[in-house]
Design a protein around this ligand. Structure first.
Ligand SMILES: NC(=O)c1ccc[n+]([C@@H]2O[C@H](COP(=O)([O-])OP(=O)(O)OC[C@H]3O[C@@H](n4cnc5c(N)ncnc54)[C@H](OP(=O)(O)O)[C@@H]3O)[C@@H](O)[C@H]2O)c1
Length: 308
């Protein structure tokens, strides 16, 4: 058996229960991971709140993990027992999300979802990256973002936004990065690499004079934010479906190769995990952690560690 957080009905944080589940095992092509740290994402509570797939109960939430390989299934060649790995394990097959997520002592994932944990990162730092980082990479790739282009990132203080700013600066070499946050987070967002941070409590999109090659809207406001895109500019909105007609909506497709792709930027310290100041939350405090995430005010990523 493995200790885990799970729910047996859809709903608010109140449906979360702590207990034991049968320990998962590694099937063909899968890796069993002893979870050392997990991170929360809005998709975890969105799936829990709305019946968006008929996953059999109990459902263990959680997509992001960093941990140690405990067992490898038949055919796994890239990883071995004892390897330190990290991944976004959220896998949705024919609309049905995986039953055992990462808020458990053990989780399983297909080999291709994993990457070796960068040696300069703690388990907490590594767990904070996969889903948000892969989402931000997908957004830049979707618009075929080119070095020297300008980008406007809506929501610079969130899990995705904090990494999107760093990717824009260090990986995609944007010529200009402008982002948005509330008043108290302006300096923080600037420190991540934004050239300018617009305080959205004081200034509307219409009041912004500049136009951008790419508008990456992580908040789901493309019906308003589209006005800061150039006529020929591209817009990705990851949080509203359907988005504004000029925008496209993308959904993250986890793969370990994305983590490997930016590995050198992580190892050189250019791309830094951004962990919410209230983290790490103890495994016993998962409900509190979700309440913080669901307030919409998290700064960077919420991490759960140790898992014991
Ligand atoms: N499609 C996909 O594949 C995909 C993948 C990942 C995430 N998402 C979605 O993208 C959204 C963001 O995810 P996340 O992990 O970044 O969320 P998050 O970490 O919970 O975002 C919290 C941050 O949002 C900021 N924020 C809230 N309202 C804002 C506004 N109107 N303008 C600017 N900033 C605002 C808050 O800063 P302030 O306190 O300063 O307001 C806070 O720091 C969620 O809806 C999530 O479900 C989609």
């Amino acid at each position: 058996m493995a200790k885990a957080w799970f729910y047996k009905e859809y709903g608010s944080v109140d449906v979360l229960q702590f207990g034991e589940i049968p320990s998962p095992s590694a099937g063909p092509g899968q890796v069993l991971i002893e979870v050392r740290a997990a991170a929360l994402n809005p998709v975890d509570f969105k799936l829990r709140r709305s019946r968006s797939g008929d996953t059999p109960f109990p459902v263990v939430p959680g997509a992001d993990v960093a941990g140690v390989v405990a067992e490898v299934g038949q055919g796994v060649s890239k990883f071995k027992k004892g390897d330190e790995v990290y991944a976004d394990v959220l896998k949705i097959t024919e609309g049905v999300p995986r039953q055992v997520g990462t808020l458990a002592e053990y989780t399983v994932a297909e080999e291709h979802l994993l990457a070796l944990k960068p040696s300069n990162l703690s388990f907490e730092e590594a767990a904070s990256l996969p889903l948000a980082l892969q989402t931000a990479l997908l957004a830049f790739d979707t618009v075929n973002f080119q070095k020297g282009q300008s980008v406007f990132i809506v929501g610079g203080a969130g899990g995705v936004g904090t990494l999107a700013i760093q990717l824009a600066k260090h990986v995609f070499e944007a010529s200009r990065i402008v982002s948005t946050s509330s008043t108290g987070k302006v300096e923080f967002v600037r420190s991540l690499g934004a050239d300018l941070v617009v305080d959205y409590t004081k200034q509307s999109y219409e009041q912004i004079d500049e136009k951008f090659d790419f508008v990456f809207d992580t908040i789901g406001e493309s019906f308003k934010s589209h006005v800061v895109a150039k006529d020929e500019g591209k817009i990705v909105d990851i949080a509203t479906f359907p988005p504004h007609q000029k925008a496209v909506n993308v959904f993250v497709k986890p793969k370990g190769s994305d983590l490997e792709r930016v590995g050198k930027y992580i190892e050189s310290g250019k791309l830094k995990p951004v962990i919410d100041p209230k983290s790490p939350y103890a495994f016993s405090d998962v409900v509190e952690a979700f309440k913080h995430l669901e307030s919409g005010r998290a700064r960077g990523k919420i991490v759960i560690s140790p898992i014991d």
